[in-house]
Design a protein around this ligand. Structure first.
Ligand SMILES: [Zn+2]
Ligand SMILES: [Zn+2]
Length: 173
């Protein structure tokens, strides 16, 4: 299993300040408000969306390296089981519903931690294009990706599609 350690928060290395970004999802608010079955298992680290810098890479990592600025997938997926190969990575047969920020099928840390361990890093990390502000893509591992996966197949082939976006977290408009 290859892995990488990715700090989602600001990091000081050799005097250089690297401001990176983590953000909240509506689920985090429900956990804090004790509105989920998981709240009673606390305390545990929360957060499952971030952009970070790779600070350590396992010997099997070939696609990511120390210093890469990456988006992190919200769930733990092996990338090679039958479900992952179908693109159903949130239902990985090896790790089930495991994700950062909740104590499900393991303790994976949260994206507001100092560091998180990312197994199968080649599969679960995506390098950001150069020049992109990490703050703008802090939710790329969950909310942005989910929005893309939800909308894009329905508008494929439509010229100039019109899209309306609705939604908010209760009490946090
Ligand atoms: Zn989420
Ligand atoms: Zn899998």
């Amino acid at each position: 299993m290859d892995c990488a350690l990715v700090p989602p928060g600001p990091v000081r290395e050799a005097g250089h300040h690297r401001p990176l970004a983590a953000t909240t999802c509506d689920l985090d608010h429900h956990v804090i408000d004790d509105k989920t079955p998981f709240s009673g298992f606390g305390p545990f680290p929360i957060g499952h969306e971030c952009v970070g810098t790779v600070v350590e890479a396992g010997p099997d990592c070939t696609d990511v390296a120390v210093g890469d600025v990456v988006g992190v997938a919200w769930h733990i997926a092996c990338g090679t089981c039958a479900q992952c190969e179908l693109g159903h990575t949130a239902r990985c047969l090896r790790h089930g519903d495991a994700q950062y920020g909740l104590p499900v099928n393991g303790a994976w840390g949260g994206t507001f931690d100092e560091l998180i361990r990312v197994p199968y890093a080649d599969f679960n990390l995506a390098k950001l294009p150069a020049g992109v502000d990490p703050v703008h893509l802090a939710s790329i591992g969950d909310n942005l990706a989910l929005g893309w996966e939800t909308v894009m197949p329905t508008v494929a082939g439509i010229t100039d599609p019109k899209i309306a976006v609705f939604g908010c977290t209760r009490g946090r408009t």
